[in-house]
Design a protein around this ligand. Structure first.
Ligand code: CU
Length: 461
């Protein structure tokens, strides 16, 4: 933390690309999003440069045709370590490993399938349910082995870089403790978890004590999550019927990696963690303006077409007139309304937010259920759960966002950086591809983002 990172980037692809730095608070023109940076053309170079203001596990990936470029492997982890004084010795001295969780969809020849191939039914399924790979990877390898010592605590810094797959990770016979997430450490460890769930784009910082006899092995499993997958039938008359995938949430466990116990053992029986890891200030929403964003899709068509929408528009259709506005330093509450029968992992570029509550309403607008705020943490991802009823019912995730610069950035820094999240005297007639300081938000199921579920917020100085 505190270092300046300089990345000399050359695009050796035969198509344009960028690097988006997922989760980092940085100047808009360093964020790699198409609303603030023109894509880097084949053979061209670009220098990303920004200060690392916060400690956490972040990651990076292209923000041009992400569903194809990320699927083919362009994703990596970026670990920004805490200053020594900011992290308890027992955590700092625990051996940590980064686990990049991914899956790829391979054809019979072992090659990555091109995006959206197959019959119209298959194409619709990939667009609606996302592209789920048939091969799971940890750090780019299938079923890798990690050597551990029984009784010696380990710390895993995990990130889910898969296009679509929700990663629920379980270590049989072991309880997990989550100490951090997207935005660094939690306030208090969350203990006794049977598994840890990472939606696409999300991170988790977990600890546990592996237990086993030397020479034996323990398989770590992927477990399914109910997320509103659908079935599709195209009738002879061209009608498309969307139903529920009856296996949703009950797909069989898949082995993810192998732990092998080394000789010898340590004596830790319990993780001795401090109760208080750090202080996180709740965002003050007493004067917050509210914005509502509705996540939906068009009717699926027999030719395989479906579009995913935010406030009724695809990413290509949305203009600066549609984009919500904010002022630097302003706090807003966003109501993220999921009108669909599937989950959407929501991601906002460049700012952390805090989840306030989730409200389920029926088709007449009556409140069915309110899920209170989860333990306080700063995140850049939140899953928008599927509505809990027929068309017209909705789920609403309320989040609080403070559009402030990262801690430690002064007004001078902002100016030197060319504006932190700022469109200074923006000429909006330039449109969204101009030198705008807009920040994108989108569904991190990359097939949904690619078929339209992406928009942006303009933050003004
Ligand atoms: Cu989605």
């Amino acid at each position: 933390m505190g270092d300046t990172l300089i990345i000399h980037f050359t695009n050796n692809l035969s198509e344009p690309t960028t690097i988006h730095w997922h989760g980092l608070r940085l100047p808009a023109d360093m964020g790699g999003a198409s609303v603030a940076q023109n894509p880097v053309q084949p053979g061209e170079t670009f220098t990303y440069k920004y200060e690392l203001k916060e400690a956490s596990l972040f990651w990076y990936h292209p923000h041009v045709r992400s569903n194809e470029q990320v699927e083919k492997g362009l994703a990596g982890a970026l670990l920004v370590s805490e200053k020594k004084r900011d992290i308890h010795k027992r955590i700092r001295k625990t051996k940590q490993r980064i686990l990049v969780l991914d899956d790829v969809l391979l054809d019979e020849n072992g090659q990555i399938e091109a995006a959206f191939t197959g019959t119209p039914e298959e194409v619709l399924l990939k667009k609606i349910n996302g592209r789920t790979g048939n091969t799971l990877l940890v750090n780019g390898r299938q079923m890798p082995t990690m050597r551990v010592k029984s009784g010696q605590p380990i710390r895993w810094r995990m990130v889910n870089v898969a296009n679509t797959r929700f990663m629920r990770v379980a270590v049989p016979g072991h309880k997990l403790t989550r100490i951090g997430g997207d935005g660094g450490l939690l306030e208090t460890p969350i203990k006794d978890m049977d598994d840890v769930l990472l939606v696409p784009g999300q991170r988790a910082d977990i600890m546990f004590i592996p237990k086993g006899k030397p020479g034996t092995e323990l398989i770590v499993y992927w477990k399914d999550t109910k997320r509103g997958r659908h079935s599709i039938d195209i009738m002879n008359n061209g009608m498309v019927i969307m139903g529920d995938d009856e296996m949703d949430g009950n797909y069989p466990d898949i082995p993810l990696m192998r732990l092998v116990f080394k000789k010898g053992h340590k004596h830790a029986k319990k993780l001795k963690l401090p109760k208080h890891l750090r202080t996180i200030e709740p965002i003050d929403i007493s004067a917050a303006a509210e914005t509502t964003l509705r996540f939906g899709h068009t009717m699926p068509m027999a030719d395989g077409t479906i579009k995913f929408l935010i406030n009724g528009k695809t990413a290509d259709e949305v203009t600066t007139d549609d984009a919500p506005d904010a002022q630097v330093g302003e706090t807003q509450v966003w109501n993220l309304v999921n009108m669909t029968g599937g989950d959407h992992p929501f991601h906002l570029h460049g700012f952390f937010f805090q989840v306030l509550e989730t409200i389920y309403k029926d088709e007449d607008g009556n409140v069915l259920k309110v899920v209170p705020a989860p333990p306080l943490e700063n995140v850049d991802m939140v899953n928008l759960p599927a509505r809990n009823g027929p068309t017209g019912s909705v789920s609403i995730v309320k989040i609080a966002i403070n559009f402030s610069p990262a801690e430690g950035l002064t007004a001078d820094d902002i100016e030197a950086n060319g504006g932190m999240a700022v469109i200074e005297n923006a000429d909006l007639s330039i449109g969204k591809r101009g030198r705008s300081g807009g920040w994108q938000f989108h569904c991190h199921i990359l097939e949904h983002a690619d078929t339209g579920m992406m928009s942006f917020v303009e933050v003004f100085q």
